[in-house]
Design a protein around this ligand. Sequence first.
Ligand SMILES: Nc1ncnc2c1ncn2[C@@H]1O[C@H](COP(=O)(O)OP(=O)(O)OP(=O)(O)O)[C@@H](O)[C@H]1O
Ligand SMILES: [Mg+2]
Length: 225
Amino acid sequence: MIDNLIECISLSKQYISKNQTVNALEDINLHINKNETVLLKGRSGAGKSTLLNLMCGLIKPTSGKVFIDNICINELSDDELSNILSERIGIIFQSFNLLPTYTVFENIEIAIVPKRLKESMVKENIMSYLEKFNLKDKAHLLSSELSVGQQQKVAVIRTLIKQPSVIFADEPTGSVDDETAEEILDHLMNFRKEKEVTLVIATHGNIPEKFADRVYTITSGRINQ
Ligand SMILES: Nc1ncnc2c1ncn2[C@@H]1O[C@H](COP(=O)(O)OP(=O)(O)OP(=O)(O)O)[C@@H](O)[C@H]1O
Ligand SMILES: [Mg+2]
């Protein structure tokens, strides 16, 4: 049986700003199965971030629908949607969304607050992730005191440590050198092997297609068929 997890049906998104209309996405139809790794490829401005943000309900479509586990997320209340987001979904934002006045440790800690773990377990867990990502000595620096690539790694840790079953990663290697990109991808792929997880990754193209079970290419807001 095909285990359809995410489905986008006739999804379109227009942005209207300063009397200008941008057709960011038009008539997107796609599906993603449970435990698949899917790449959304496309040039800058193609609509990848818009599509990721629609799939996790952070923005609303102009028309069309998004289903997760056969539930139309566009019809949920804010509370219902935030329950799904906090329990099941991890998002690695293109611009990281770290809190600049919090330390690296605190930025990661707030991601697992809802899990209500014992304080000693929280500390151990965070430090072991920081060690894996070669950031142990940065734990008590403010996130704004890190290099951009280091901030990207913290954004990845903050998502993985939540142990989500679905990860939306927007250019997770977009700000790092090739070697660090490989490290980040290895961590994502290992996580995927250990847990049953669905990975949806947006990329300009620096993530090889061999990592994916399925590739969707977006050109000017449309999926190439
Ligand atoms: N909040 C917004 N208001 C107005 N236009 C927007 C907004 N967000 C995105 N757009 C427009 O929608 C289009 C798609 O943008 P999007 O950020 O989805 O592209 P992208 O494929 O993620 O690009 P990149 O690879 O540079 O991250 C662009 O033309 C962009 O200018
Ligand atoms: Mg983007």
